[in-house]
Design a protein around this ligand. Structure first.
Ligand SMILES: [Zn+2]
Length: 286
């Protein structure tokens, strides 16, 4: 992937090597967040019970160690990726007659205190917190992508970020909130999970839309990149992450769709580049 040329994003919060400021919730909070994410429910009300209010923004803290040259390079890579998502989504929102509010990407190592989603550990994998409109990633996930999930390559890494930014797009378009309300009204866990799957597949689709447009703007793709993205789409469902976190997977709680579905929706976004083609909620054919 040709990413070196462009600008860096101004929306990066680099908290690597910094311990979370608010540790009040501890392990109980992490469990609540994990459960809430897997069950597709909003963890915020629960967290308020646990913490007596959401923790404030982590105050800027001294890094406990220097970043390695490899970490610096990775930081530059994701910063330029974020800039590429900004370029595409600013354009797409303008086309829809809307304004794109750029999300922040938070880099952390180990654990992180969020504003809207409590305390999280890197075991949950990269995630988007709608409450504070930030994407969180521990870049050690990229090593797992390479070794455990057998999805090496920069475009696989780009896909991960583009998927999370896709959740931000859904948030801005009001889709996440609608889904959340529908889930609260859902009669069964299966129904609620089905909505989660549709939301996730749409984020995959939006990652594909991003890839379509950034390729048009900048010709970033090289031979093998798409395959690398598809391998990531195949490898990192909630099922895979869940299995890794707890050692086994519970099919009923899968909320990302099958690998085949993920690949299909990503590909549809990539080929059409058309946001309007991604209504995963209106189709019987996921
Ligand atoms: Zn997702």
């Amino acid at each position: 992937m040709r990413w070196q040329g462009g600008r860096e994003s101004g929306n990066i919060e680099d908290r690597r090597g910094v311990s979370p400021a608010a540790m009040g919730g501890g392990i109980g909070t992490i469990v609540v967040i994990l459960l809430a994410f897997f069950l597709g429910i909003d963890p915020r009300p629960l967290l308020r019970v646990f913490q007596g209010g959401a923790p404030g923004a982590a105050a800027p803290q001294q890094r406990e160690r220097e970043l390695t040259p490899e970490e610096k390079r990775e930081g530059e890579f994701v910063s330029k990726l974020m800039a590429m998502t900004e370029d595409v989504w600013n354009e797409q929102f303008a086309r829809m007659g809307r304004r794109y509010e750029e999300p922040t990407l938070v880099l952390f190592s180990g654990r992180v205190a969020t504003q809207g989603c409590g305390l999280a550990s890197s075991a949950v994998g990269p995630f988007y917190c709608p409450g504070d409109r930030k994407v969180y990633i521990d870049l050690s996930f990229y090593d797992e992508l390479k070794t455990r999930f057998k999805a090496p390559g920069e475009f696989a890494q780009a896909y991960v970020i583009a998927h999370e930014v896709g959740h931000h797009v859904q948030n801005l378009l009001g889709i996440s909130e609608k889904v959340q309300r529908a889930q609260q009204a859902a009669g069964s866990q299966a129904e609620s999970n089905d909505l989660s799957v549709r939301l996730e597949l749409q984020a995959d689709f939006l990652a594909g839309v991003w890839a379509h447009h950034i390729e048009k703007q900048r010709h970033v793709l090289e031979t093998g990149d798409i395959e690398s993205g598809l391998r990531a789409a195949t490898a990192i469902g909630d099922d895979a992450l869940q299995k890794q976190a707890q050692g086994y997977a519970v099919p009923d709680s899968f909320t990302h769709g099958t690998s085949e579905q993920r690949v299909r929706w990503f590909t549809k976004g990539l080929q059409t580049g058309d946001v309007d083609q991604g209504d995963t909620f209106a189709t019987d054919d996921l």
